[in-house]
Design a protein around this ligand. Structure first.
Ligand code: ADP
Ligand code: ZN
Length: 618
């Protein structure tokens, strides 16, 4: 797996643009080298070219427009959809000593005037503008009288009417290409699908512009999908054993479940804050702020939460309910580990999830075509959840990427390959049981019959007199549930939402009953694997940080929290976790040694260098 953040230090002296870019990368951003496509993109845009950048979350998109804005004459104009995102980006840039500002509805009239004055005076390197503001005649007229380095359209997929993040105000951005054809435009997105790419290119006048496409792999995210038994207990065990004191997001489908889950976590002594559209706006905002600004806060949320959250140190994303599609799963899990450090995407999934999502599609008022597409998308995700092969490989192939090798070494199936067992006979028993009982009963009753439990319902319907009664005592209830789930997932059984989720046989079940199909099932262990000791800290992003001194890490974090509070910025804006970890393992004792740490640029050294060295040397 390629390691992120590898320095490439090859700028020939005969290449002034490359040398300038690298010098600026080091002095301002404190980074040793470019990552992946960044170098090509920076060069292209600095040279005045338009382009479309497709890079996964955490890939380092911001640098692709921030650095050219500094290298080119004039101010870089960045269009960004979310106020919180703009605020945090600008806070981060100010920390680096870059003259950055925002122009959006949160500013008073006087503040906005001052920003505009600085823009006209050539005092700004980067200006973040809300899309609805940018397209006003007044703003466009002002920009026409200003020296502009480039236009960057961040989260460019928001122009797509078919996407999940459509923002009507983004449609108006086509005006940029019309009014400023000679100024470079760079559109950026982490959305992987082809249709969206085409739509961005169309709407932003980039059909002829080159596209820089990175791999969508997120090597630092470990994918894990477990059989759902008691999701609250499983979640608590996961957090306690694997991510104690880490920041994370837990996704649930409904507001009620968000509330219940947050309450259950708090009761178990794990601090968790709820977030959903039904909460009072003030509480919702304060919960989001605490998640962003404090260390190690867990947020339990509906999918309304997350877009535009730039927090780099989210260590885990959990799903207690099945998302709608592989795209949604990828996007939501992708909010973990932007900083490149090891992170976990964990999902608990069971029969009910498939049934529930199918029902939601059936009951929606979409057209038949829409329902068919939705079912197809859901099936692809169920396939990912059921697969016994590498989950990463499956995920990437879904987005049209070829993967080298068959094992990524960083998903549950690769780390401990599931045992397979031949479930053909069990499947026949279960299908016969559903058939003999009239295809009118749900999972629980069928399991009672198979195991041979004399419940009232079994007696009432005389099912204890059927030939299938007690034919399945070799498996326990949990195992039968797993068999049932896998039969539904593979389309041999169908849960009829209109009849209390009665399990009915599909056409393809015939082949199984006749013994023509061999079915291999994964064995459910239901066990949460023990944490790998010392594996978390800096394992992938900075191998050098393995021996980080834990005591020093906590002293540096405590100091960082104080600075963040004082300056009213998120902790990561002061220093990233990755930077702290390297300091704690390298123990720099001089300013020049400290300057070598990735994330320590000129300004950070000037502001915090002495403090950091004092803490290290204490
Ligand atoms: P994106 O917008 O693509 O999600 P960001 O621009 O926020 O990603 O960058 C993600 C993280 O990667 C940030 O913590 C950033 O500091 C870091 N990063 C970006 N470029 C580099 C680089 N060349 N070397 C090391 N770290 C980098
Ligand atoms: Zn794998």
């Amino acid at each position: 797996m390629p390691v992120s953040g590898i320095a490439r230090q090859s700028a020939a002296p005969s290449d002034p643009l490359g040398a300038d870019a690298l010098a600026r990368l080091r002095s301002t951003f404190g980074l040793p080298g470019f990552r992946g496509e960044q170098e090509k993109i920076v060069r292209h845009v600095t040279d005045g070219g338009n382009c479309l950048v497709l890079m996964p979350t955490g890939g380092g998109k911001s640098l692709c427009y921030q650095l050219p804005s500094l290298l080119r004459e004039g101010c870089g104009i960045v269009v960004s959809p979310l106020i919180a995102l703009m605020r945090d980006q600008v806070a981060g840039l100010l920390e680096l000593g870059v003259n950055a500002a925002v122009l959006n509805s949160t500013l008073s009239w006087e503040e906005a005037n001052e920003v505009e004055r600085r823009l006209r005076a050539g005092d700004l390197d980067l200006l973040y503008v809300a899309p609805e503001r940018l397209v006003t005649p007044r703003c466009l007229a002002m920009l026409e009288q200003t020296d502009i380095a480039l236009f960057a359209i961040d989260e460019a997929h928001c122009v797509s009417q078919w996407g999940h993040d459509f923002r009507p105000e983004y449609i108006g951005l086509s005006v940029i290409a019309e009014r400023f054809p000679q100024i470079p435009r760079i559109a950026l997105t982490a959305t992987a699908d082809d249709l969206t790419r085409e739509e961005i290119a169309q709407r932003l006048g980039l059909t002829d512009a080159p596209r820089f496409i990175s791999s969508f792999d997120r090597p630092n995210i470990k994918y894990e999908i477990v059989d759902k038994t008691n999701s609250q207990k499983q979640l608590q065990a996961f957090i306690n054993e694997r991510h104690p004191n880490d920041a994370g997001v837990v996704y649930c489908l409904s507001r009620a479940k968000v509330e219940d889950t947050a309450a259950a976590l708090n009761k178990a002594g794990i601090l968790a804050l709820p977030y959903h559209a039904g909460l009072d706006a003030r509480i919702r905002e304060s919960n989001q702020d605490r998640f962003i600004n404090e260390d190690g806060v867990i947020i339990v949320a509906t999918v309304a939460f997350g877009m535009g959250i730039d927090k780099p140190d989210v260590r885990f994303v959990c799903h207690l309910d099945l998302p709608k599609s592989v795209e949604a799963y990828y996007q939501e899990t992708g909010r973990a580990g932007r900083d490149g450090k090891p992170s976990t995407a964990w999902m608990a999934y069971g029969l009910q999830d498939i049934v529930q999502q199918r029902r939601m599609i059936d009951e929606s008022n979409g057209s038949d075509a829409f329902k068919r597409v939705s079912i197809g998308k859901l099936d692809a995700l169920v396939g990912l959840a059921e697969t016994v092969d590498c989950r990463r490989g499956r995920l990437l192939r879904y987005f049209g990427e070829e993967t080298a090798g068959t094992s990524c070494g960083n998903c549950d199936n690769c780390v401990s390959p599931p045992k397979l067992w031949n479930g053909s006979v069990a499947a026949q028993k279960l299908l016969s049981c559903a058939y003999r009982t009239g295809q009118r009963f749900g999972a629980m009753h069928l399991i009672d019959v198979l195991i041979g439990r004399l419940t009232d319902k079994v007696k009432q319907f005389g099912h204890d007199r059927l030939s299938v009664f007690a034919i399945g005592s070799e498996l326990n209830e949990k195992q039968w549930r797993a068999v049932m789930r896998q039969l539904v997932a593979r389309g041999f059984l169908y849960a009829d939402a209109e009849h209390f989720n009665a399990l009915m046989l599909t056409e393809s079940a015939r082949g199984v009953l006749r013994g023509e199909v061999e079915l291999m099932f994964r064995e459910e262990t239901g066990r949460i694997r023990a944490p790998r000791k010392h594996a978390r800290r800096g394992e992938l992003a900075s191998p050098r940080a393995d021996n980080a001194d834990a005591d020093l890490v906590s002293r540096l974090r405590a100091w960082r929290a104080g600075i963040a509070r004082e300056r009213n910025v998120p902790a990561y804006v002061v220093l990233h976790d990755a930077t702290i970890d390297v300091i704690a393992s390298e123990h720099p004792t001089t300013m020049s040694q400290l300057r070598e740490v990735p994330g320590i640029g000129d300004k950070k050294l000037e502001h915090y260098g002495a403090n950091i060295l004092a803490i290290v040397n204490r």
